[in-house]
Design a protein around this ligand. Structure first.
Ligand SMILES: Cc1cc2nc3c(=O)[nH]c(=O)nc-3n(C[C@H](O)[C@H](O)[C@H](O)COP(=O)(O)OP(=O)(O)OC[C@H]3O[C@@H](n4cnc5c(N)ncnc54)[C@H](O)[C@@H]3O)c2cc1C
Length: 502
């Protein structure tokens, strides 16, 4: 048992001092040696009682140790004050980045993830619909979601933590069905052509073919449809997030529960940057974090990554992005936009063979398990206007006025549906061109951005994490070339419009 305890203690690594001080065994030795009046007196003890006593002490030690491991990552009263890479935001993007970085070089790098709310109550990740589709119009988006599907299919290989249950994200590969009117049919066809070139398996369907394949569909006004035949569908976002996080932690990443509230800067007089007076350049050096008990502490880093989802613009502003001149005059154009998801019940609705359907009006629905349950929603049109982002209250009248009529027009059985539940979450919208911003910031040599995925970030998380790792450790993108997704495009106005936004 003694050996077991010692192994346990040595596994504790950096926390060993704390552990020793608090361990039952330490107290055991202390009582013996703290006798000030002379050497410790050894009393006779029956071997059986001695074994039982040691066993009891060891069990107590192990019991104490388990919550300590937990605390290290979730309450982290003792978190480190320096690291190689700090990731701000522990949602699916930040956790994927931490996973790729930490598993790539293991002990060779120290990664800290700062997450202000480990319950993720308002984060986009757990509030998303978990859809994954290849039906995009930009090659990068198609390739990222193709890798996302490959990742989900092999998730056990990527994210299984030894000694733990294999991760299961309930991938439901029933495909997407995008519907187009006469006006949008040509665009759909062009997208499908590109998708096929990249190896996507989907098929174009005329209204007659659509009706044959999906008899519950009303094809009025539909000129063309595209149905994904492989690797599209939906999965459980929470399980994916937790799997990334667990694996990253098991590889050595440290999660700190705190809010990033500012940066400290360091002068680099030798650094020459266009538009900056020689000798005045300052880089970011430490991030200031506020813990749950209000304490403010700095964490020094080599590289920082902003992966704070819909809040990324605010974090970037702390680094003077969008607040200065020259390179710093361009803001990170990411804003939270409230989106409602309604859970409806309709036993007469479409059955098992129901893809994730996207109507030309932007209204979408998909099956949620079995038994006639569906989730659905729609982004507001310009005329409808954006809802307030003050809170995550759901507007039920939006369903009645703007969602249900389109659902019932497309699937007549939905006339009979009943709304059972609803939630709202923040889309992480890049208001300039509705695509993620990935890569280094042009002003800071030590700041990376990975945010603004505009309602399709979950499926891109595996590819984005890998891309950031490649940029940092391999000197450039090696698998999917995301050069066009860099911040530079905003400065040179080389925008990347994605035509297939839901
Ligand atoms: C209703 C809805 C449906 C969606 N459907 C889909 C879908 O079907 N498919 C798809 O691919 N995507 C979908 N998305 C989009 C997807 O959820 C996001 O693109 C993705 O989750 C973004 O992940 P993230 O890690 O960047 O952001 P988040 O999950 O929001 O994580 C960011 C984290 O940063 C933390 N943070 C913020 N500021 C700070 C700070 N200052 N200090 C410390 N921590 C901070 C936050 O607490 C948060 O946990 C949907 C989104 C919504 C809202």
């Amino acid at each position: 048992m003694c050996i077991i305890t010692m192994n346990f203690m040595s596994k504790c690594g950096k926390s060993i001092k704390f552990f020793e001080r608090n361990s039952a065994r330490f107290r055991l030795y202390c009582t013996k040696s703290s006798d000030k009046d002379g050497p410790p007196v050894q009393k006779f003890e029956h071997p059986l009682s001695r074994t039982l006593r040691i066993l009891k002490a060891d069990l107590k030690t192990i019991k104490n140790y388990i919550p300590f491991i937990h605390k290290q990552h979730y309450e982290n009263k003792f978190f480190s004050d320096h690291c190689d890479i700090v990731v701000i935001g522990g949602g699916v993007i930040g956790s994927s980045i931490a996973y790729w970085l930490q598993t790539r070089v293991r002990d060779g790098v120290r990664v800290i993830v700062i997450e202000k709310d480990p319950s993720y109550a308002k984060a986009s990740t757990p509030l998303s619909c978990g859809g994954i589709r290849h039906q995009f119009g930009l090659p990068e988006n198609i390739q990222m979601s193709m890798f996302g599907a490959e990742f989900l299919r092999n998730i056990k290989r990527y994210l299984h933590v030894e000694g733990d249950n294999p991760p299961d994200v309930c991938f439901t590969p029933y495909g997407y069905l995008s519907l187009a009117t006469d006006r949008s049919a040509q665009q759909l066809e062009e997208n499908v052509h590109l998708q096929h070139q990249l190896g996507v398996k989907n098929e174009l369907l005329s209204p007659t073919m659509l009706k044959k394949k999906f008899p519950w569909l009303d094809t009025t006004g539909i000129a063309l449809g595209c149905h994904g035949l492989e690797n599209e569908g939906w999965f459980d976002p929470w399980s994916l997030l937790m799997a990334f996080k667990k694996k990253a932690i098991s590889a050595g990443a440290e999660y700190v529960t705190a809010e990033a509230i500012g940066f400290e800067f360091r002068k680099m007089p030798d650094m020459l940057i266009e538009g900056v007076e020689p000798g005045t350049y300052e880089t970011i050096d430490r991030v200031l974090v506020k813990t749950e008990n209000g304490e403010v502490r700095p964490i020094k880093f080599g590289i920082a990554v902003i992966a704070a989802g819909a809040n990324s613009k605010k974090v970037a502003e702390m680094a003077r992005i969008g607040k200065g001149s020259g390179y710093l005059s361009v803001p990170l154009p990411i804003e939270p936009r409230k989106r409602y998801v309604y859970c409806v019940h309709c036993p007469e609705g479409p059955g098992l063979n129901t893809p994730f359907v996207i109507d030309p009006t932007g209204t979408y629905f998909r099956r949620e398990g079995f038994g006639g349950n569906f989730i659905c929603g729609k982004s507001p049109t310009e005329e409808e206007g954006e809802p307030s982002i003050e809170d995550l209250e759901v507007d039920s009248s939006y369903f009645d006025n703007s969602v249900w009529p389109h659902l019932a027009a497309r699937v007549p059985a939905f006339e009979q549906l009943k709304v059972k539940n609803a939630w709202a979450g923040y889309y992480d919208i890049n208001v300039v061109d509705e695509n993620g911003i990935v890569g280094p910031h042009p002003y800071y040599h030590n700041l990376y951005l990975a945010a603004g995925f505009s309602g399709h970030g979950i499926q891109q998380a595996p590819a984005v994490g890998r891309a950031v790792m490649e940029m940092m450790f391999e000197g450039g993108f090696k698998t999917i070339d995301l050069s066009r997704f860099g911040f530079d495009r905003l400065m040179y106005n080389e925008l990347l419009r994605e035509v297939n936004i839901v």
